[in-house]
Design a protein around this ligand. Structure first.
Ligand SMILES: Cc1cc2nc3c(=O)[nH]c(=O)nc-3n(C[C@H](O)[C@H](O)[C@H](O)COP(=O)(O)O)c2cc1C
Length: 203
C-alpha cells in the first residue's frame, strides 16, 4: 500500500518530525541562550547504548570561535591533493577552500560539535541519535539546523586536531557529527518524496 493511501495520526512531535528540514542559510541573529540550553538538554536525553552518556556536546556561539572553526576546516582542506580518485564533493570542498572567505558553516550563528568516547562501540549511533533529538528540539523552537560532516571528516588533520584540543575535547573522544544552528534565512527545500519499498509491516 502506498503512503498516500494510509491514515496517519498527527501531534506536535510527529509534526516536528515531518516538517523539519536541513537549513543551509542562516540569519546572523544569535540563538537565544535558553533555546540553546534546551536543545542541548534534549540531546542529552537521547537513547544511548547502556545509558552510559559517553558523549560531549560542545556548543559554540561566539562569532570569533566560529570563525576559528571555519578557518580550521579551510586550512585542513587546503593541502589535500585532488586526484582522479577524489570524490567530486570532496574535490569541490578543496577547491572552495582556496578562497580565503570560504564559508563552511552556512553562516550559522551557532554550532554544536558532538564527540563521543571512541572506544564505545555505540559511539556513532549514540551521537547520531543525540543530533537527531537536538534537530527536532531546534525545529520545535523555530530554529533551523543542518548536520555538517566536514569536522568529523577532517578531525584527524592538524588544523582541526589543534582546534578540537583547544575546545577541550579530550583525545579519547572522536567527533562523529556537528550541527549548524540558527534562525533560517530562507525557506528550506521541501522534503524529497519518500522512497517506495522502504517500509514493510508484517502483521
Ligand atoms: C550523516 C549525515 C551527514 C550529513 N552531512 C551533511 C553535510 O556535510 N552538509 C550538508 O549540507 N548536509 C548534510 N546532511 C544533511 C542531509 O543532506 C539531509 O538530511 C538530507 O538531504 C535530507 O534532507 P532533510 O534533512 O531536509 O530532510 C547530512 C545528514 C546526515 C544524516
Amino acid at each position: 500500500m502506498s503512503l498516500e493511501a494510509k491514515e496517519f495520526i498527527m501531534n506536535a512531535v510527529i509534526d516536528a518530525i515531518l516538517t523539519r528540514r536541513s537549513v543551509r542559510s542562516y540569519r546572523p541573529d544569535p540563538v537565544p541562550p535558553a533555546d540553546l540550553d534546551t536543545i542541548l538538554l534534549a540531546g542529552s536525553y537521547a537513547p544511548n547504548g547502556k545509558g552510559l552518556q559517553n558523549w560531549k556536546f560542545t556548543a559554540i556561539a561566539s562569532p570569533e570561535r566560529l570563525r576559528q572553526v571555519n578557518e580550521a576546516i579551510r586550512q585542513a582542506l587546503l593541502p589535500i591533493p585532488v586526484t582522479p580518485e577524489t570524490h567530486p564533493y570532496v574535490a569541490s570542498l578543496i577547491e572552495k577552500a582556496q578562497d580565503e572567505s570560504a564559508e563552511f558553516l552556512y553562516g550559522a550563528p551557532a554550532l554544536v560539535i558532538v564527540s563521543h568516547l571512541s572506544s564505545d562501540r555505540n559511539a556513532m549511533a549514540n551521537s547520531a541519535l543525540a543530533i537527531g533529538s537536538m534537530m527536532l528540539a531546534a525545529h520545535s523552537l523555530g530554529l533551523g539546523s543542518c548536520w555538517l560532516n566536514q569536522l568529523p571528516g577532517l578531525a584527524h588533520l592538524p588544523p582541526v586536531l589543534a582546534l578540537l584540543s583547544e575546545l577541550g575535547i579530550p583525545e579519547e573522544y572522536q567527533v562523529y557529527g556537528s550541527m549548524a544552528l540558527g534562525y533560517p534565512a530562507e525557506e528550506p527545500k521541501p522534503a524529497a518524496p519518500r522512497k517506495e519499498g522502504v517500509i514493510t509491516v508484517i502483521r
